[in-house]
Ligand binder design. Structure first.
Ligand SMILES: NC(=O)c1ccc[n+]([C@@H]2O[C@H](COP(=O)([O-])OP(=O)(O)OC[C@H]3O[C@@H](n4cnc5c(N)ncnc54)[C@H](OP(=O)(O)O)[C@@H]3O)[C@@H](O)[C@H]2O)c1
Length: 215
């Protein structure tokens, strides 16, 4: 059965999934790159950026798994870009250039309608204004039996957690303190929602924590 998975979501020790004040120059918010430092060295990341090198250890293996068996993605509008409010035009096409790393349909949650955007390599951004349940329904249909991955950002993951819709949540916990930003656990009681820790795997630059919803 198709699962709803969060993979490779980086958090600081103090629970932040993004730094504050995101803009065009700081897609992850101020000091946000410190969260992603575990990923930047992996072969997966390096290949996504056209290089034929990168580390092949635990962090890389887990990053690879995150892309396996995924038939569609769901993103929040802030993960898609820094543009806020009604779309001024169709010029913003995501942070990832002409060929984004998704290669399947990607459903972007937003309150502001916009026509779908077909990119090179099979990624199509489809903008969903009817909320998280509609986005999941559309993504599941598009995934054709494969899993749906919630890419982020923080607010989007929080909504799916509160609705108990996420089956598996992999966090790459980074040994940094952000102090400010978007907090993953704000107003969330994971125990009451019925989640448990299934596995912890030490990686080179992050500790990988696998949470799952209890049956
Ligand atoms: N740590 C990681 O591994 C990781 C991974 C991915 C992203 N990030 C970072 O996370 C940050 C973004 O997270 P975020 O919490 O600010 O935002 P987000 O979850 O990416 O997007 C939030 C926005 O999406 C739209 N939205 C969300 N839920 C909606 C709903 N139910 N109905 C309609 N629209 C909805 C709203 O935009 P509108 O109302 O404006 O349309 C809302 O302001 C970025 O800095 C990004 O780089 C981190």
């Amino acid at each position: 059965m198709s699962r709803l998975r969060v993979q490779c979501f980086a958090v600081s020790i103090d629970g932040y999934g993004a730094g504050p004040d995101q803009d065009l120059q700081t897609p992850l918010g101020v000091r946000g790159p410190e969260l992603m430092e575990w990923f930047f060295h992996t072969r997966v990341w390096r290949r996504m950026h056209g290089h034929d090198d990168g580390e092949t250890g635990v962090d890389n293996g887990i990053a690879e798994q995150g892309f396996q068996g995924i038939g569609a993605w769901i993103l929040g509008r802030n993960m898609f870009g820094p543009v806020r409010g009604p779309w001024p035009d169709d010029s913003w096409k995501g942070w990832w250039g002409d060929e984004p790393p998704y290669h399947v349909p990607v459903f972007v949650l937003t309150h502001h309608p916009r026509p779908p955007l077909r990119m090179k390599g099979g990624t199509e951004f489809r903008f969903v204004t009817e909320g998280i349940h509609a986005a999941l329904e559309q993504a599941s249909a598009a995934a054709g039996g494969r899993d749906v991955r919630v890419g982020g950002g923080v607010s989007t993951i929080r909504q799916y957690l509160r609705a108990r819709l996420i089956d598996e949540l992999h966090l790459a916990v980074r040994p940094v303190l952000l102090g400010r930003g978007e907090h993953l656990w704000q107003d969330i009681d994971m125990h009451a929602l019925g989640y448990e820790c299934a596995k912890v795997v030490p990686g080179e630059r992050a500790t990988h924590v696998m949470l799952r919803r209890k049956a």
